[in-house]
Design a protein around this ligand. Structure first.
Ligand SMILES: Nc1nc2c(ncn2[C@@H]2O[C@H](COP(=O)(O)OP(=O)(O)OP(=O)(O)O)[C@@H](O)[C@H]2O)c(=O)[nH]1
Ligand SMILES: [Mg+2]
Length: 336
């Protein structure tokens, strides 16, 4: 499913249609519980279609493609049009309080807009991940040691013996270990269907939502991402100052902090850390007969608490805006 359609092969495009960001793709990671719809969204965005049959994703799966905004609304979003929230959309403050100069929408590091309003295709990497499982998370730095952070980033830590990973680390799962701090945005995906299996869930009673429902995983995902970015940031700062010993002790200190705090993190009600990339909560399956309105509005409420974006979608419909809104958020956050 990761094959890039021939027509978007950069070598075959006329020069003016070549992405500006060939060496700097926009990297977006999709996180969420099983069957939340991560793979379907990615497939829909890249191929225009998704599968009815469910195949669980077992590996981190990066998909590089040229994104060409096609719907009128996606184009307007990237042209900088003023937007308003609605039942299915909560705009993050970066977009809502758009004091940004209009010029970033004419040309920026990712795309340009022609005088006729055409948007140049941009290179985007959509990172699919296996289902999120809070029991299998390992912290960022640990995960990095297992994988492929560059030696010049890890210094002496790179000489530590590498062990095989038995779990699927969130931060691998989140793209963070492999990412080198390089993911530009995260999608937190959940499903509007209260349960895929009977007994049913009473629409008036959120308390009966199964504990492992994809919606109930969102706070743990947020806590893990917050911690990872905090750790990543301190690690980078220490590294810049050349304090390798500190890095060693920091790593050990961090391990125990992580293990005790992650379950009952008190950050779940707070907004996202300012140094982390934008996050959008995506609610899927909204056109299904089984979708719960309450579950949709709970996601929107959560995004208001966290001050991040929210969008309720169905892969049966056009979902172009998922990407254009995220890209606009990335651009505006950088400049706010
Ligand atoms: N009608 C409809 N079906 C959807 C939508 N999103 C996902 N599905 C279906 O839901 C099932 C699960 O979707 P996936 O995209 O495989 O879920 P996932 O999050 O990738 O699951 P894991 O890989 O196990 O983490 C599939 O059968 C899809 O066809 C949607 O928005 N609408
Ligand atoms: Mg999947």
């Amino acid at each position: 499913m990761t094959t890039v359609p021939k027509k978007t092969d950069p070598r075959q495009l006329h020069d003016s249609l070549k992405p500006l960001n060939l060496s700097n793709p926009i990297r977006l990671a999709f996180l969420g519980g099983a069957k939340s719809g991560k793979t379907s969204i990615i497939s829909k965005l890249i191929l225009g279609n998704f599968r009815d049959t469910y195949y669980p994703t077992t590996q981190l799966n990066p998909n590089l493609f040229n994104y060409e905004p096609e719907s009128e609304s996606a184009k307007q979003i990237l042209q900088g049009k003023t937007l308003t929230s609605n039942e299915y959309l909560n705009l993050p403050s970066s977009i809502r309080t758009a004091a940004t100069s209009k010029s970033i929408f004419n040309k920026n590091e990712y795309y340009s807009v022609s005088t006729s309003g055409e948007i140049r295709p941009m290179l985007v990497e959509l990172i699919d991940t296996p289902s999120y499982n809070p029991a299998q998370i390992v912290p960022y730095l640990e995960a990095s040691l297992y994988t492929n952070l560059d030696k010049d980033v890890l210094h002496n830590l790179a000489n530590e013996p590498r062990r095989p990973v038995s779990t699927s680390p969130l931060l691998v799962a989140s793209g963070a270990s492999e990412l080198n701090g390089d993911v530009n945005g995260y999608f937190f995906v959940y499903s509007a269907i209260p349960s895929f299996a009977p007994p049913g869930y009473d629409d008036g009673d959120m308390g009966r939502l199964p504990k492992n429902h994809t919606f109930n995983l969102l706070p743990s995902m947020k806590a893990a991402l917050d911690d990872a970015w905090e750790e990543y940031t301190s690690f980078r700062e220490n590294w810049k100052r050349g304090q390798e010993e500190d890095v060693f002790s920091f790593k050990n200190a961090f391990k125990s902090i992580w293990k005790t705090n992650i379950a009952e993190s008190d950050t779940t009600k707070m907004e996202f850390k300012t140094n982390s990339p934008p996050v959008w909560i995506i609610c899927t399956h909204v056109s299904s007969n089984l979708a719960s309105r309450q579950l949709i509005s709970e996601g929107k409420k959560l995004s208001e608490e966290w001050r991040c974006g929210f969008m309720a979608i169905d892969c049966l419909n056009d979902i172009d805006e998922v990407l254009s809104l995220m890209i606009r958020d990335i651009l505006q956050i950088k400049r706010s």
